[in-house]
Design a protein around this ligand. Structure first.
Ligand code: SF4
Length: 236
């Protein structure tokens, strides 16, 4: 086993609260450090590249213990931005060892780049399409590349705050549909549920009705962990 260290914010057991894996208990491995700067990020405590780096062996042991000593073998790599270049050597070593131990691995990708050498090592990629309200953007060419290189192995997720976000996402969907002929991957819309907000019923209805109006190109899936634990709860 390689001797590498990496910046980890937390490792915890929770039930996936969004996207197409919603409802599945899994181990979350949250990397510490992200320089992307989405305006509506709900994990700003993971932005700083700080704290002691942890050795691979201790991370693997904690994953095993948190996963009820190997009973839970589904795992999600998230952040922060696990695909930041600073994290890549540690991340790749971790993925190789986790695959040897039989884990099913999802990685949360920020939608700013396709990292072939990482995506080849995982079972599934949740690839963000960044909407205008995030202040960041995802070039549709990246989603085209995902479909070319990783068909059947990814979903696209977009956080929708406003009708402007829906319109931008729908425009990208139509552009890609024209290029690909059809969209065969799941594209999920997540109505945003921001820290300190009450449940955003009106926003949720707006997203559902916009999606229906355009023939239902997307799956609208909210963040169920926030309905249960509140929008400020961490590691849930
Ligand atoms: S990529 Fe993720 S962690 Fe980084 S700012 Fe955006 S939402 Fe937050």
């Amino acid at each position: 086993m390689q001797s590498v260290k990496m910046g980890i914010h937390s490792i915890y057991l929770a039930t996936e609260g969004e996207g197409i894996h919603i409802g599945r208990p899994q181990i979350f491995v949250r990397f510490q450090g992200c320089d992307i700067g989405c305006r509506n990020c709900d994990s700003k405590e993971t932005w700083a590249f700080k704290g002691a780096k942890r050795p691979l062996e201790s991370i693997l042991l904690e994953i095993h213990n948190i996963g009820l000593k190997g009973k839970i073998k589904h795992l999600s790599i998230t952040g922060g931005d696990p695909l930041n270049e600073v994290h890549l050597p540690g991340l790749q070593a971790l993925l190789i060892e986790l695959k040897k131990q039989g884990y099913y691995i999802n990685i949360e990708a920020a939608g700013t780049k396709v990292v072939e050498e990482v995506f080849q090592l995982v079972d599934f990629i949740s690839f963000d399409f960044k909407t205008p309200s995030t202040g960041v953007s995802t070039h549709p060419e990246l989603i085209l590349k995902m479909q070319q290189d990783f068909p059947g192995k990814f979903q696209v997720k977009a956080v929708v705050e406003s009708e402007e976000d829906f319109t931008a996402t729908h425009k990208a969907y139509l552009q890609l549909k024209e290029r690909l002929g059809d969209i065969s991957f799941d594209w999920c819309l997540t109505p945003s549920f921001n820290p300190r907000e009450d449940f955003p019923m009106e926003r949720f209805i707006m997203v559902i009705e916009c999606n229906q109006k355009f023939g239902g190109p997307f799956k609208v899936i909210g963040q169920q962990h926030k309905w249960i634990y509140g929008s400020n709860a961490k590691n849930k």
